[in-house]
Write a protein that binds this ligand. Structure first.
Ligand code: ZN
Length: 298
């Protein structure tokens, strides 16, 4: 069966096969086609996600490295490609990961049931300088630690940096509430209405939960002091009721170099942070899904 023509949308009846070609950049063979209506040529590769990319071989290893604490610059040195290639590929891989993750969450629900107990919290990082902080809200399922959704938002500098930041970079609007609201709204499609939420005592959380999940139970916990090692999310308390979210956020800090504390790596742009998170989250969910499926079948 021939595909329809991507150029003039003629149906498969007017498309004929026209030999093969071998794509050297990833050693794959593709069928060529010719459209009898518009006389244009195309191939199976025309429909591929990697159409017109160079260096296709780096895609999957790069996706993996993005979840293993490599910086974008080190990735460029590792593959001997330019920083621009890595930056563009981050955007490309993120778009793929977002699609894959949506499908993955459906498979997870089909296999293990609805996500009816969740925890969420904010992770604070920054773009370009510590004077421009970003808050990333991350929602996980309790116990399994599947990451259900996330959002990123710029926030104004706080603490001792607030005055310096204002003087140097001017006013920085707080988008965190707006983004969190959007996030919870999105979650109404994924979570059942009786979902239990467990969070710390942030004053916006009850408001936003009540707005989108009016019939739900919201349990809050006093947030414990972070351990001295600099990983603020790893608590030094006996049993942390918010372990699922805290542990997940601590893993973010460990697995994405732009998020690690006391490091010279930092996001340059908030949209690229969003992309990096999308890639990490898909890989994180896939890893847990594989592990739980294996445990279930034994
Ligand atoms: Zn055509």
């Amino acid at each position: 069966m021939c595909p329809e023509c991507p150029n003039c949308r003629a149906d498969s009846g007017s498309v004929v096969r026209n030999g093969h070609f071998f794509r050297r950049s990833d050693s794959r063979k593709f069928q060529n086609f010719r459209c009898k209506a518009c006389l244009k040529y195309f191939s199976n590769a025309t429909f591929s996600d990697c159409y017109r990319q160079k260096k296709r071989r780096i895609n999957e290893p790069l996706r993996d490295l993005f979840c293993k604490r490599i910086s974008l610059r080190d990735a460029a040195r590792h593959f001997k490609v330019s920083r621009t290639t890595i930056a563009r590929r981050l955007v490309f891989l993120a778009a793929q990961s977002r699609k894959r993750n949506t499908m993955l969450l459906h498979s997870i629900q089909a296999e293990f049931g609805a996500f009816d107990r969740v925890q969420f919290d904010d992770l604070i990082t920054a773009e370009h300088t510590k004077c421009k902080p970003i808050s990333a809200t991350v929602v996980v399922q309790e116990d399994t630690r599947f990451i259900l959704s996330y959002c990123v938002a710029q926030i104004p500098a706080f603490g001792p940096l607030a005055a310096i930041a204002k003087q140097k970079y001017g006013h920085r609007a707080d988008h965190s509430r707006r983004q969190r609201d959007r996030l919870l709204k999105q979650l109404t499609d994924l979570l059942p209405i009786h979902t239990t939420f467990r969070t710390d005592e942030h004053n916006h959380y009850p408001v936003v939960i009540k707005r989108h999940f009016p019939h739900t139970t919201h349990v809050t916990h006093k947030s414990a002091r972070g351990s001295v090692s600099g990983q603020g999310e790893l608590k030094k308390v006996g049993r942390d009721p918010l372990f699922s979210i805290n542990h997940t956020l601590a893993m973010f800090r460990d697995k994405m170099s732009r998020l690690s504390r006391r490091s010279w790596n930092l996001s340059k742009r908030i949209d690229r942070l969003d992309d990096h998170l999308a890639i990490y989250i898909e890989s994180h969910n896939r890893m847990i899904f594989e592990r739980l499926k294996k445990a279930k079948n034994h």
